[in-house]
Design a binder for this molecule. Structure first.
Ligand code: C2E
Ligand code: MG
Ligand code: MG
Ligand code: MG
Length: 284
């Protein structure tokens, strides 16, 4: 990582630098162009309640299909966009697109809360709260149908400023969740101070269920924290039925993962939503 090498290395000649830098600059350039040409897409991954067997939410996940590179995973281009700053306009686009989609589903009689990932740099922008407020106002989306997924790296920055911003967002009526919970370096203290509605158990703690005693203990601890602080808890990355059953046994009744579906194009997710709605209507 070029940026991580920091100031101390400035002025030293690093032979591998040019070799790494050029493709990165080109990728960053292509990504920015993809945004401008409207070539970025969102996929939607359902979140399920095991208690009701219903879709209780959906996470918007960005997708970039580059003509030369094919599908580039977000894990590759999001860090790059964070370093270059282009995550700010990209993030604004994601927000607008996801909010607009949620509003269309609502108007079609399918109110489903949409979660949007927020990067640290995006959150730090002084106009971030305005961007959110404008997006939901323009789409006429009830704010409680938007959830912002924050990472612990956001929450460990200047605590007072973060708290102020989270309060403004909560006052708007949007919901706030902590993504990849348990993998960051933050203390638990912020949980009682910050207006957080939901914890997302990172998939690394789900992987080893039910056999891994450590994973079970961590999941059960997060469920207890959520219950005590009145926060929803959802598990990410659930791939198998045994993992799902283990989660239920540990008290976690919401999940997201390939067991139900991966991120789907909007039209496909919509079909799933309709089919589930019909199924439930017939049961009643
Ligand atoms: P995340 O927010 O934690 O999203 C969950 C990731 O896990 C997604 O990967 C999803 O496709 C994947 N996943 C879901 N279920 C399963 C499963 O059962 N098994 C496995 N192995 N994986 C599963 P994806 O879409 O590649 O995104 C990776 C990360 O990129 C996201 O992690 C998030 O941090 C970031 N990202 C994605 N979209 C956006 C965006 O619009 N804005 C920002 N700032 N970051 C984004
Ligand atoms: Mg997420
Ligand atoms: Mg996550
Ligand atoms: Mg993640």
């Amino acid at each position: 990582r070029v940026k991580d090498s920091g100031r101390n290395s400035f002025g030293f000649y690093q032979p591998q630098m040019n070799a790494n830098l050029l493709p990165r600059i080109k990728m960053e350039h292509d990504l920015h162009r993809a945004l401008e040409l409207g070539q970025l897409r969102l996929h939607y991954q359902p979140q399920l309640s095991l208690r009701t067997n219903r879709i209780v939410g959906v996470e918007a996940l960005i997708r970039w299909h580059d003509p030369e590179r094919g599908n580039v995973p977000p894990g590759e281009f999001i860090p790059l966009a964070e370093e270059s700053g282009s995550i700010v306009p990209i993030g604004a686009w994601v927000l607008q697109e996801a909010v607009g989609q949620a509003a269309r589903w609502l108007r079609q009689g399918m109110p489903v809360p949409v979660s949007v990932n927020v990067s640290a740099l995006q959150f730090r922008q002084s106009d971030f709260v305005d961007t959110v407020a404008v997006a939901i106002a323009m789409a006429e989306l009830p704010p409680e149908l938007l959830e912002l997924e924050l990472t612990e790296s956001i929450l460990i920055q200047d605590a007072n400023e973060v708290l102020e911003r989270l309060r403004l967002l909560a006052q708007l009526g949007v919901r706030l969740s902590i993504d990849d919970f348990g993998t960051g370096y933050s203390s638990l203290a912020y949980l009682k101070r910050f207006p957080i509605h939901k914890l997302k158990i990172d998939q690394s703690f789900v992987r080893g269920l039910p056999g891994d005693a450590g994973d079970s203990a961590i999941v059960s601890a997060i469920v207890s924290i959520g219950r005590a602080l009145r926060m929803d808890v959802i598990a990410e990355g659930v791939e198998t039925e045994v993992q799902r059953d283990a989660l239920v046994a540990l008290g976690c009744s919401r999940f997201q993962g390939f067991l139900c579906a991966p991120g789907l194009p909007a039209a496909e997710f919509e079909r799933m939503l309709r089919a589930m709605q019909r199924g439930h209507d017939q049961q009643q």
